[in-house]
Structures are given as structure tokens and as C-alpha cells.
Design a protein around this ligand. Structure first.
Ligand code: ADP
Ligand code: MG
Length: 317
């Protein structure tokens, strides 16, 4: 478990992380979501003791990172900026890490196998593609067989196969009972991977909720219907007690009924349909709405011209 308590980081005037309090629990994938610059990487660096909090506290299984003996056996991490010595082979890179962290050398072959790098284990890491480098970084995170894993934007820059592989890996690590904390600036990515969601914007906590709850609250599902007999269909749906929330042109957006029921009603009354398609409003939109407020807040509160002074500036731009 990772526990943050009022965790705060200031860089001069800039508040990068603003009083974050939440816990990351074992057995599930927790997505750490926020737009670029929201403070995700800064938070993760503080969890690993690479950055000092300005205020607040963060603990790993009740202990500060720096007080852990052989920290790699408690928490493994893949940070945004990779640091692999290119001159070393993948094998040697992992062996050095193992030897300096109280990890048995036998783990090297095991983790290389998990990430699919066994065949290139003796090759120099500087010849690796981006995706292979990412796999090597993940091998390093897994080396100490830690109960907690943390990945900062792990799918950035990967091809679809690599993305698929990382998603499955995170899910299987969580299924083994481990704590998995993974950041992303993409809602669509988290929707496919995370069981729980921590959303931040401008360093502040905006949501700490199960993925299922987030979807239930934010994803509007409806059926898109197009018909040349719009008024008649509206009457029929109204009679049946089905609500139509939005309508433009030939199209209707029907929230209160399933596609089957709408189709059967149309057939019953001999109405022509040009389209009958279930839809789901994107979570990306919900996410952008959630975080947009924090961005606006910042624009008004930050240094620079006051809102009433913007008019002239914008006209000239
Ligand atoms: P994210 O990972 O969510 O994109 P970061 O944690 O990298 O966000 O950055 C959060 C904010 O803190 C940004 O505005 C960034 O410019 C600022 N920041 C991060 N690191 C530093 C630093 N070393 N010095 C000054 N500002 C920084
Ligand atoms: Mg980042």
C-alpha cells in the first residue's frame, strides 16, 4: 500500500503537487490520471524519495522509501525518463541492479523472460528500440519481486502490440495481489486498464473513485435514431414512456430505451428507421470537463493579467 498525506511540492512560486491525500491499495490497478503538467511525475518521484516534499508525507507499507532496506524488494518503478546505461547489455544492467540491491542473481533470467527480452539479453541496451528499452525498464522494476509496482506513462510511444502487452502485464500483477499504480494523461487508456482512478489537475485531487463508478456517473449511454418520420416516432416513444433528451434534424438521441425496444415500436407503427445505434458518450470528454475547471482556476489565479484585462490582449494577438 502507498499512502499520501497532504503531499505537497512547490518549485518557487509554482505549486506542482497540492496537498494530495489518498491511498493506493493492493490487488487492483490504480490509474493516476491528469493532463500534462498536472503533477503525476512529481508525485511519483516523491513516493520514491527522489524529490523532497515541501509539506506532507508519503509512506510505502507504513515506511518512508529511504528507510526501506533493499527498497527494490518493496517497490519497483518505471519512471517517465528512463536511465539505462547504453553501453551495458540488458543482462549486465539487471545483474548490477540485482547485486547492489540484495536480489538473487537468478532473478535476472526470470524477469528477462517475463518481459520477452531473453533472446537479446547479451546485446547492448543502446541498440534497443524504444519499446525494448521500455521492456528493460519494466524488467528492472520487477527484479526484486516487489509487492508494489509503479509505472509513469508506460505506454507513451509504444506500438499497439506493446501497449496491449503492458496492459495485460499490469492486470496480471494486480491479480497476483500486488499494488499497481500507473499514470497516464489519457482517459481512454485508463478506461481499459484501471480498476480504480485517482484524478488530479494542477496538482490537486479531483477524484478518487472506482472505475465502475466513474463510468456510471460520467458515461451517458443512449440510442441514436434517425427517421424521416421524426414527429410520429417522437409521439410513439412518448406514449411508451421513453424519454428523448436531444434531437436535431432527422436524428434523435433516446436515453430511456434499449435499441431493441425502439426498433420493435417503430415496426409496430410502420415507421421507417434510417439508423438505430447504441452509443456511449466518451469518458475522455468527462475527464476533460473534470480537469478543465482546475485549468481555468489556475488561469484566473495565476500570475499574469487579470481576467478583465484580457480583452485588449486577445484582440491584438
Ligand atoms: P505530469 O507528470 O503530470 O505531466 P509533472 O509532475 O511533470 O506533471 O509537472 C508538474 C508541474 O511541475 C509542471 O508545471 C512542471 O512544469 C513543474 N515541474 C516539474 N518538475 C519541476 C522542476 N524540477 N522544476 C520546476 N518545475 C517543475
Ligand atoms: Mg509526467
Amino acid at each position: 500500500m502507498i499512502e499520501l498525506e497532504g503531499l505537497t511540492k512547490r518549485y518557487g512560486e509554482k505549486v506542482a503537487v497540492d496537498r494530495l491525500t489518498f491511498a493506493v491499495r493492493p490487488g487492483i490497478v490504480t490509474g493516476f490520471l491528469g493532463p500534462n503538467g498536472a503533477g503525476k511525475s512529481t508525485t511519483m518521484r516523491m513516493i520514491l524519495g527522489l524529490d523532497h516534499p515541501t509539506a506532507g508525507d508519503v509512506r510505502i507499507d507504513g515506511t518512508h522509501y529511504r528507510q526501506l532496506k533493499d527498497p527494490l524488494t518493496y517497490i519497483g518503478a518505471l519512471l517517465d525518463a528512463k536511465a539505462v546505461h547504453g553501453g551495458r547489455s540488458a543482462w549486465n544492467h539487471l545483474l548490477c541492479l540485482a547485486q547492489s540491491n540484495g536480489v538473487p542473481a537468478s532473478r535476472v533470467a526470470e524477469v528477462l523472460d517475463v518481459v520477452g527480452l531473453t533472446a537479446v539479453a547479451r546485446k547492448k541496451a543502446k541498440g534497443f528500440s524504444y519499446g525494448m528499452g521500455q521492456r528493460l525498464g519494466i524488467a528492472a522494476a520487477l527484479l526484486g519481486d516487489p509487492r508494489i509496482l509503479m509505472f509513469d506513462e508506460p505506454v507513451n510511444g509504444l506500438d499497439p502490440e506493446g501497449i496491449h502487452w503492458i496492459r495485460n502485464l499490469m492486470k496480471s500483477l494486480a491479480a497476483q495481489g500486488r499494488t499497481v499504480f500507473v499514470s497516464s494523461h489519457l482517459m481512454s487508456e485508463m478506461a481499459l486498464t484501471a480498476d480504480h482512478l485517482v484524478v488530479i489537475g494542477q496538482g490537486r485531487l479531483l477524484a478518487d473513485t472506482s472505475m465502475a463508478d466513474f463510468i456510471r456517473t460520467n458515461a451517458r449511454s443512449y440510442v441514436r435514431v434517425r427517421t424521416p418520420q421524426r414527429e410520429r416516432l417522437l409521439d410513439v416513444l412518448h406514449e411508451a414512456g421513453i424519454t428523448v433528451v436531444e434531437a436535431g434534424g432527422e436524428a434523435l438521441e433516446v436515453e430511456g430505451g434499449k435499441a431493441e425496444r425502439i426498433g420493435e415500436l417503430a415496426a409496430q407503427y410502420g415507421l421507417v428507421l434510417h439508423e438505430l445505434s447504441p452509443q456511449q458518450a466518451s469518458l475522455e470528454e468527462a475527464f476533460m470537463q473534470l480537469t478543465a475547471e482546475s485549468v481555468e482556476y489556475h488561469a484566473h489565479a495565476g500570475p499574469g493579467p487579470a481576467p478583465q484585462d484580457w480583452g485588449a490582449g486577445w484582440k491584438g494577438a
